[in-house]
Design a binder for this molecule. Structure first.
Ligand code: UDX
Length: 448
């Protein structure tokens, strides 16, 4: 049926995005397909493979009505004329561009499957973040079957984890990049119709394909750059006696700067920022833009420096040795309200603390299963209960800004710790004076 939608890739992007499209476009059938049988089974069960506030409600309302999860990729390609591709594009770990470039093998495999299975003209929509000019390469793969017309659009996703459903329902903007040809314009119009079911038209931006692909990398690089900038100031604050939260507040009230993404902390994590900045660095280098590449690479170096600084300050505060000391890490997720630990600053910090021979105990309300996997083979304790995690600890490091940590009985925690008890609040979650009044020695990022 015309207007039906398929999405290849049932991950963090494909699942929630298609669920929202199915909810807002009840007249369309939406097929989410993936070769991973376990993942599809999970999407069809009570325990969805992705946790997002509000996601389960949307899936339960649409699943079996106009939202289907299946491993039948070929069937979905034949049935639908709009085909999203939301497969992962991790940083390459091998060969040319290793450590920087995106690994496009899953994307290329998806394009080849679409070409092989198509039974008519198809619009193929990039949802995964891809390096600029990938759509060209994909069009070349698709045109190995010239009997059909394939139009490749770029439609990057800007949702953040933990607020995915909200971001999808009320996006700042929807970006659609398409070729400036009659077929391209028709494809852009067809995709615009999908979003126009709930997004005001003035928020649906259309650009050429390259602007769209680059805008996604640029948006993430600008956000990551703000975090590295404020973290660079945090280091300067610590040595000069300025307070980074006060500085951020002043900056944020300048309407030209704005208040968001100015929170100093252990640095950015998550699946996008580092990967996209690395991809941007690679892109710049490929075009011989050495200074541009170095500039953006500085954002990543600053981020890594922040994690090293946190460890150095911890070692210093614990009398220059962690050997045999017990350190409790409160929070392991890369930010609050998610169990995701991809690129989490907590992992880099944990590894360095282990090199210093600290004994670690990790607690987190959602991320312990991932933390266990990330630190498999290391002698680390994991503990659901933060009070138990604190028992006998020399120091607590707050690494994720979980709201529930504010509500803990900190007097009780202090009593359970070895004295002198150190609390390093890397997220600046707490009022330092209140903790000091309980007896803690307190460190914070960017504070005197
Ligand atoms: C991000 C982008 O926001 C999203 O648009 C893009 O599509 C994917 O990447 P996400 O990774 O889910 O989303 O998380 P985000 O909320 O942006 O936070 C990223 C990291 O930056 C986290 O580790 C967070 O703790 C950190 N951060 C964020 C700061 O350290 N300070 C801030 O002020 C804001």
């Amino acid at each position: 049926m015309a207007g039906d939608i398929a999405c290849i890739g049932a991950g963090y992007i494909g699942g929630p995005t298609m669920a929202v499209i199915a909810k807002m476009c009840p007249e369309r059938q939406v097929w989410v397909v993936d070769c991973d049988e376990a993942k599809i089974a999970a999407w069809n069960s009570e325990e969805l493979p992705v946790y997002e506030p509000g996601l389960k409600e949307v899936v339960l309302a649409c699943r079996g009505r106009n939202l289907f999860f299946s491993t039948d990729i070929a069937g979905a390609i034949r049935r639908c004329d709009l085909i999203f591709v939301g497969v992962n594009t991790p940083t390459k770990t091998f060969g040319e561009g290793a450590g920087y470039a995106s690994d496009l093998q899953f994307w290329e495999a998806a394009a080849r499957t679409i070409a092989a299975e198509a039974n008519g003209d198809k619009v193929v929509i990039e949802k995964s973040t891809l390096p600029v000019r990938t759509a060209d390469a994909m069009a070349a793969v698709l045109h190995t079957h010239p009997e059909h017309t394939f139009t490749v659009l770029s439609n990057p996703e800007f949702l953040a984890e933990g607020s995915a459903i909200e971001d999808l329902l009320h996006p700042d903007r929807v970006l659609i990049g398409g070729p400036e040809t009659p077929a391209g314009r028709a494809a852009v119009a067809a995709l615009t119709e999908v979003y126009a079911a709930w997004v005001p038209r003035e928020r649906i931006l259309t650009t050429n394909v390259w602007s769209s692909e680059l805008s996604k990398l640029a948006a993430n690089a600008m956000l990551a750059q703000r975090i590295s900038s404020i973290n660079a100031f945090s280091a300067l604050c610590e040595v000069t006696g300025a307070d980074v939260d006060e500085v951020a507040n002043v900056l944020g009230m300048d309407r030209r700067i704005g208040p968001h993404f100015l929170k100093a902390g252990p640095g950015f994590g998550g699946s996008c920022f580092k990967k996209d900045v690395l991809s941007l660095v690679y892109l710049c280098r490929q075009f011989g833009l050495t200074e541009c590449a170095d500039y953006w690479e500085g954002v990543i170096r600053m981020n890594e420096r922040q994690q090293r600084r946190i460890v150095e300050r911890t070692v210093h505060a614990l009398f220059n040795t962690l050997s045999g000391k017990r350190l409790a890490l409160f929070g392991f997720a890369f930010k609050a309200n998610t169990g995701d630990t991809r690129e989490t600053p907590a992992l880099a910090i944990a590894r360095r603390l282990l090199e210093e021979r600290a004994q670690l105990v990790i607690t987190d309300p959602r991320a312990l299963p991932n933390a266990r996997r990330d630190l498999a083979g290391e002698a680390v304790d994991f503990c659901e209960d933060p009070y138990r995690a604190a028992e006998g600890a020399d120091a607590i490091l707050i690494l994720t800004e979980w709201a529930e940590y504010r509500a803990l009985d900190w007097a009780r925690i202090y009593r359970a710790m070895r004295k002198p008890a150190l609390l390093f609040d890397t997220r600046n979650l707490f009022d330092q004076a209140a903790l000091k009044a309980l007896g803690f020695r307190v460190l914070a990022v960017g504070k005197p």
